[in-house]
Design a protein around this ligand. Structure first.
Ligand code: SF4
Length: 463
């Protein structure tokens, strides 16, 4: 599998400077709103501690809670399926649709189904899949994956959306490609998707939380599209990653108070729907999906990533994500959470991603479930180096650097030589196709003295 070149992919995004600046501002604005909401709750840090502990407890007793969920869900009349991987998940969903002759599926946002590549799988088998979340639908119409786990089309300007609508749904709806008024665009989406809810034979949702005690699950949205997808067609399928379990309804309050505050800086999502049983005369199926999660649970350094509630706060605060855009990660999950999850799917393919970080720790400090994100990123770098997945040039550079850093005299001599020679370096040594560092940077001018020279002069001490 070809390696994702994050630096190369980012350069396309950065070249569109108005998009890059807007993206940075928009996400930083979300981070600011998140801070205001978090600071408005004196018990915020207690909630984080609680959320982290509840998740740690659930994950360390996951098999028990999954069985409890299954028992209670079945008692409520829900049909529960188990999917070992993406292929099994897709087969189950397809079989359910095929057996009932469903040719149109309306679905709300679900990163899990993106992870399983469900949409192309179903479409190749003659089933039309319509995304009903506005951002997801924009991305679907533009033939792009979501670039953010909460706001999938956040990298697009209003004019981009108007152009996408004009090109795709415009001819049928008469949408004006020049009109980038937000209510106009939202109304276009509404006119476009509403008839599909009534015509669809099935609706598919994800779930933010599945509650073992009640056998029910909870979907948090702001547009109401998940409720229409779940409640209008005669068949509702919910695809749920096994890490979404929490033990009791009482625990839910902790997460619901933090989810939207962390994600969008709003106190709560507009709609928090509980699904406990099928409506009379309809069917409700849940597919519990593993797809590598059990394996991740067994990774001593990386299992904490399973605590994630997909709020996106780590993405909104990350300076690399904000400036490079989500699509540059070449993966379903981008930003700091993607950087620590993606290598568990394919180490070689995503080996560049853990280096797309400044390790500033901002992601860790905003994470509502206290995942040690930046520490995991650092750990992934070690794993990638140990498994010889670094590009050859970087591997050799690190080997030489390691030798120099291990010998203080050699290190001092190298620093002094570099300080003396940096202004006279041939440009081709830094700016060449083999050196990714030089693609976006200029070598700074050498300071008049090294830190060590300054230190000895200012403070004295041994040489
Ligand atoms: S890692 Fe934490 S901050 Fe990032 S999406 Fe998951 S829960 Fe949110």
């Amino acid at each position: 599998m070809k390696r994702v070149d994050h630096a190369e992919a980012s350069s396309t995004f950065i070249a569109a400077s108005s998009h890059a600046a807007f993206h940075d501002r928009r996400l930083w604005d979300l981070r600011g709103k998140r801070d205001r909401e978090a600071h408005g709750l004196p018990e915020w840090e207690t909630l984080r501690e609680l959320a982290s502990a509840i998740k740690a407890h659930t994950l360390t007793h996951l098999a028990d809670y999954l069985e409890q969920f299954e028992r209670n869900a079945q008692a409520n009349g829900i049909v529960v399926h188990w999917a070992r991987d993406a292929a099994e998940h897709n087969e189950i969903v397809h079989r359910l649709l095929d057996e009932r002759g469903v040719t149109l599926l309306v679905k709300s946002k679900s990163m899990l189904t993106d992870e399983c590549e469900m949409r192309p799988y179903l479409e190749q088998r003659g089933i039309t899949v319509m995304e009903t979340d506005l951002g997801e639908r924009i991305q679907q119409l533009d033939d792009e994956p979501p670039s953010h786990i909460v706001v999938p089309a956040v990298h697009k300007l209003r004019g981009d959306v108007a152009a996408v609508f004009g090109r795709t749904i415009g001819p049928a709806l008469g949408t004006d490609p020049e009109n980038d008024d937000v209510p106009y665009l939202a109304e276009s989406q509404r006119r476009h998707t509403r008839p599909a809810y009534l015509a669809a034979g099935a609706g598919l949702t994800g779930a933010n939380f599945a509650i073992a005690e009640t056998g029910s699950f909870v979907v948090c949205t702001n547009e109401g599209n998940a409720d229409l997808s779940a409640n209008l067609p005669p068949l509702h399928i919910a695809s749920i990653g096994i890490e979404k379990l929490i033990p009791t309804l009482e625990h839910l309050g902790v997460f619901v108070r933090m989810l939207s505050r962390s994600a969008l800086g709003s106190p709560i999502t507009q709609i928090t729907s509980h699904f406990r049983a099928p409506r009379p005369g309809t069917e409700l199926h849940v597919v519990l999906v593993d797809n590598g999660r059990s394996e991740r649970l067994g990774m001593a350094d990386f299992w904490y990533s399973l605590k994630c509630i997909r709020c996106g706060a780590c993405m909104n605060t990350c300076p690399v994500y904000r400036r490079s855009g989500g699509l540059s990660y070449g993966a379903t999950y981008s930003g700091p959470i993607g950087v620590i999850i993606d290598p568990t799917f394919d180490l070689r393919k995503y080996s560049a991603l853990p280096f797309a970080s400044t390790l500033n720790g901002s992601c860790t400090s905003v994470c509502p479930v206290k995942i040690n994100i930046h520490e995991q990123i650092y750990k992934w770098r070690q794993v990638i180096a140990e498994r010889r997945q670094l590009p050859l040039v970087k591997r050799e550079a690190m080997r030489v650097a390691g030798k120099i850093l291990a010998r203080p005299r050699l290190y001092r001599a190298a620093v002094e030589a570099a300080a003396a020679g940096i202004d006279h370096l041939p440009r081709s040594l830094v700016y060449n196709p083999f050196n990714a560092w030089g693609r976006q940077r200029e070598v700074p001018a050498a300071p008049p003295q090294t830190f060590r020279q300054w230190y000895l002069k200012a403070r004295g001490g041994p040489t």
